[in-house]
Design a protein around this ligand. Structure first.
Ligand code: CAA
Length: 283
C-alpha cells in the first residue's frame, strides 16, 4: 500500500513536530487531538517554526503555505479511516494509549501500520490491545522533532519484517536516520539518557553542585548541547519520572530508582518548560 495520507494522534510537542516533518516530506497529514484548542496550538507552533525558516531564507513563503496546506486538523479519531499509516504521540499514559490503539484498530483500514511514539511503554503490550499485532511498531522521535536526526524503530515480538521495513523507510523519507532498538524497557535512547539525567538530579539532591554547575560540567566538559537538568526541563519532568519508573519496574534493579527530588518536582507540578518551571524558571 502506498503511503499518501499520514495520521498523527496528538498535537503536542511531539505530535506537531512529527506532523511537520511528515508534511515536509510531501505527505498529507491528519493531525488529531481531543480538543480543537490543542490542534490549533499545534498548528500555531508549526506555523511559527516555518515562519522563522522563511525569515532565515531556508524556505519560501509558498513552500510554507503548501506545507501547512497539507496538514488537516482533526478532533475525531474516525478521520483516521483514510490514513495509510498512523503514528500515535498522545500523552504517556498506558490506559489512554491502550484505548487509542483499540479504537484505531477498529477505525483504520486493514493492513495499516499503527506506530507509537512511546518513550517507555512496551510495544508488545500495546500490540496486545489490537487484532493486528504484526502491524504495531515503535517509532520513537526525539525532541525537538524537526531538529533531531534520530528515530528509534522498535519492533515488538509480533511485529512483521514488512512493518519494520516500511517504518524504517518512512523515517528515512522524513530525513531522519533510523536505528533499530529491540523491545526492552527504555529501548536504547532512554535506557542510556535517563539514568544520566537522574544522576544529575541526584547530584543536585546531594548538594554536589548547583543546577548551573551540574549543567556547565556536562555542557563544557562533555560537549553536550545542553546540560542534563535543562534537558530534563525540555523533555518534561513527568516524562523523565515515567521513564525512570519504567526502567525500575522493568529491570527491578535499584540502579534505576528515580531520585526523590525528581518526584518532588513532579508532585509540585514543576514539569519543566511546558509549565514554566522545572529546574529552571521560564516565566
Ligand atoms: N523546534 C524546531 N526547531 C528548533 C527548536 C524547536 N523546538 N528548537 C531549536 N530549533 C532550531 C532553531 O531554530 C535553530 O535552527 P537554525 O540552525 O536553522 O537556526 C536550531 O534548532 C538551533 O537552535 P538554537 O540556535 O536556538 O539553540 P541551540 O543551538 O542551543 O539548539 C537544541 C537547541 C537543538 C534544542 C539543542 O540544545 C539540542 O540539541 N539539545 C539536546 C536535545 C536533545 O537531547 N533531545 C533529545 C531529548 S530525549 C527525547 O526526546 C526522547 C525521550 O523520549 C525523552
Amino acid at each position: 500500500m502506498e503511503i499518501k495520507t499520514f495520521g498523527v494522534i496528538g498535537a503536542g510537542q511531539m505530535g506537531n513536530g512529527i506532523s511537520q516533518v511528515a508534511a515536509a516530506s510531501g505527505l498529507n497529514v491528519i493531525m488529531n487531538d481531543i480538543k480543537t484548542e490543542f490542534v490549533e496550538h499545534g498548528l500555531a507552533t508549526i506555523t511559527k517554526i516555518l515562519a522563522r525558516n522563511v525569515e532565515k531564507g531556508k524556505m519560501t513563503e509558498d513552500d510554507k503555505n503548501a506545507l501547512l496546506g497539507r496538514i488537516k486538523p482533526s478532533t475525531s479519531l474516525q478521520d483516521m479511516a483514510s490514513a495509510d499509516f498512523v503514528v500515535e504521540a498522545a500523552t504517556e499514559n498506558e490506559p489512554i494509549k491502550y484505548q487509542i490503539f483499540k479504537d484505531l484498530d477498529g477505525i483504520c483500514k486493514a493492513g495499516v501500520i499503527l506506530a507509537t511514539n512511546t518513550s517507555s511503554i512496551p510495544i508488545g503490550r500495546i500490540a496486545a490491545q489490537t487484532g493486528r499485532p504484526q502491524q504495531i511498531i515503535g517509532m520513537h522521535f526525539m525532541n525537538p522533532v524537526p531538529v533531531m536526526r534520530l528515530v528509534e524503530v522498535i519492533p515488538g515480538i509480533a511485529t512483521s519484517d514488512e512493518t519494520f521495513k516500511i517504518s524504517w523507510e518512512l523515517a528515512q523519507k522524513f530525513g531522519k536516520t533510523p536505528a533499530r532498538a529491540n523491545d526492552y524497557p527504555g529501548f536504547i535512547a532512554n535506557r542510556i539518557l535517563l539514568p544520566m539525567i537522574n544522576e544529575a538530579v541526584y547530584c543536585l539532591y546531594h548538594g554536589v553542585g548547583s543546577r548551573e554547575d551540574i549543567d556547565t560540567v556536562m555542557k563544557l566538559g562533555m560537549n553536550h548541547p545542553m546540560g542534563p537538568l535543562a534537558l530534563a526541563d525540555l523533555i518534561g519532568l513527568d516524562t523523565c519520572l515515567a521513564i525512570m519508573e519504567t526502567l525500575y519496574d522493568g529491570f527491578k534493579d535499584s540502579k534505576y530508582r528515580p531520585c526523590p527530588l525528581l518526584r518532588k518536582y513532579v508532585e509540585a507540578g514543576w514539569l519543566g518548560r511546558k509549565t514554566g518551571k522545572g529546574f529552571y524558571d521560564y516565566n
